[in-house]
Design a protein around this ligand. Structure first.
Ligand SMILES: Cc1ncc(COP(=O)(O)O)c(C=O)c1O
Length: 469
């Protein structure tokens, strides 16, 4: 594999020699006026989610790796081992792939499955560690990365404490924002995980114009907000927004750069991101929603000619199973809960893939619906939609295990009795009673039957409000 860093050919204008040349130079977009009726001033969004690795972290990955190679900390072909909430890992994996370095990424298990899949797609070895362990615990992702790097003689970028992290933003993101604004902005708002973004951009903008206000944002549960305001290290507690907030003070975060620090709860962050996607077509992640929610709070108090800039660190695509799943938002209580006293079976139903099969369809098709798409038990209905039963999974497994041709077999010969069927208007407690005896039930909707199993019940009980009358 040629080393693109030494491939100095000047290609035709418009042709990039390497994916690394596509990092940076992201657009700055004006938030449509009227998004928040109380905001009169301009709000600008730095769209970092259009980076090739999908996040702002491509910038620091590239800069940290280049500096490590220059300083001799990372030899050609040497292994990179990093702890990451996902995005730095993806940025590093992309840079590693382009430059021919093997890479291990240690990621806490609260991160979305999409992020883990992305890392693996980029060729990284992924090590998943428990999210809810204290930072001193040897299972904490930072500790695991440090240990693995030492064991294999690899380079640990340690983004939380690496000065090249903030420097990447000081050298690229800050100057881009300044230029795109023609040197005119009043406030820069951003959250901090490692603090590199806030510190590097904030420092650059303030050097250019000391009157620029820098406002940090934190989720409740992180320690940075309280440290900023009171220099007090509070006990951290779990929060759901990914990539921002901390449980210790990272060296890459310089609180003195900020003029104020706000807190935005998870629900507000997620609902803001969802509105931005659905109403503006700007499809960004949960921390982008947090940044925008804070920027709007700041902007509400400013005159028409003011300009607030915030940054959208990553793409909404990484959160399809979370922030952008209505089921997940309801399960977690980020959308209005339903009173437990009044809730129905329908209130706990999920909007996941649905399917039903007819007796004359092939067993191969039914097995795809039940196995690949996870519709279990799979309802079998006649042409008029009447329920005949469910796919007999045990018999289907036998046919599969015996190597029979599933295309030649018909569903009609693989029908088992249906479990209890519930109407969606029934009280939700009926689900609980039925699932105590049966692993799954079917719910009869106007357009067919939907399976509901114990896992569905476990996940959806967060939708209930037990205090409401
Ligand atoms: C989604 C997301 N938003 C924001 C940040 C915060 O950036 P920084 O680490 O520069 O403070 C991160 C960092 O991992 C992130 O992954």
């Amino acid at each position: 594999m040629p080393d693109v860093e030494t491939d100095l050919r000047q290609d035709e204008a418009g042709i990039r020699a390497s994916i690394l040349d596509a990092v940076g130079n992201t657009p700055l977009l004006r938030l449509p006026r009227g998004f928040d009726p109380e905001v009169r001033c301009e709000v600008l969004l730095k769209l970092e989610y259009v980076e090739p690795g999908g996040s702002v972290k491509d910038r620091i990955a590239l800069h940290m790796v280049r500096e490590a190679r220059r300083k001799g900390l990372l030899a050609p072909g040497g292994r990179i081992v990093e702890c990451s909430s996902g995005n730095t890992g993806a940025g590093l994996a992309l840079v590693a792939a382009a430059l021919g370095h093997p890479i291990t990424v240690v990621i806490p298990d609260k991160m979305s499955t999409e992020k883990i899949a992305t890392l693996e797609a980029l060729g990284a070895e992924v090590v998943v560690t428990p999210a809810n362990v204290p930072i001193e615990d040897p299972r904490h992702y930072t500790k695991v990365a440090e240990r693995l790097a030492a064991e294999c003689g690899g380079w640990w970028p340690n983004q939380y404490h690496n000065p090249d992290n903030a420097e990447a933003h000081y050298l690229s993101t800050g100057p881009e924002i300044w230029e795109q604004c023609g040197g005119r902005l009043d406030v820069f708002v951003a959250g901090a995980g490692t603090g590199g973004t806030l510190t590097g951009i904030g420092r650059f903008l303030k050097e250019k114009d000391p009157s620029v206000q820098v406002v940090g944002v934190d989720p409740p549960g992180s320690v940075l907000h309280d440290w900023y305001h009171r220099r007090e290290l509070v006990e951290p507690h779990p929060y759901a927004v990914e990539g921002v907030g901390e449980e210790e003070i990272p060296a890459a975060w310089d609180p003195d750069v900020a003029d104020d620090y706000l807190q935005v709860p998870d629900g507000e962050s997620f609902r803001t991101a969802r509105r931005l996607a659905a109403e503006c077509g700007v499809f960004a992640g949960g921390s982008s929603g947090m940044n925008l929610a804070a920027a709007l709070r700041v902007a509400r108090g400013l005159p028409e000619d003011a300009r607030v800039v915030t940054l959208l660190p990553d793409s909404g695509r990484a959160y399809l199973s979370k922030v952008y799943s209505e089921d997940w938002m309801r399960d977690q209580g980020y959308l209005p809960r339903v009173s437990a006293a009044a809730a129905t079976v329908g209130d706990l139903l999920r909007r996941r893939e649905r399917a039903q099969v007819q007796p004359d369809e092939t067993l191969a098709w039914a097995v795809r619906q039940a196995g690949e798409r996870g519709v279990r038990p799979l309802p079998v209905v006649d042409t008029a939609g009447a329920l005949l039963g469910v796919l007999d999974e045990a018999a289907a497994l036998d046919a599969l295990a015996d190597g029979r041709d599933l295309e030649a077999l018909r569903v009609a010969d693989f029908v088992a009795p249906a479990p209890p069927v519930l109407e969606p208007s029934r009280p939700w407690l009926r689900l609980r009673e039925a699932l105590a005896e049966h692993p799954a039930v079917l719910v009869a909707l106007d357009d067919g039957y939907v399976p509901f199993d114990r896992r569905d019940l476990l996940r959806s009980l967060g939708r209930l409000d037990h205090q409401a009358r």
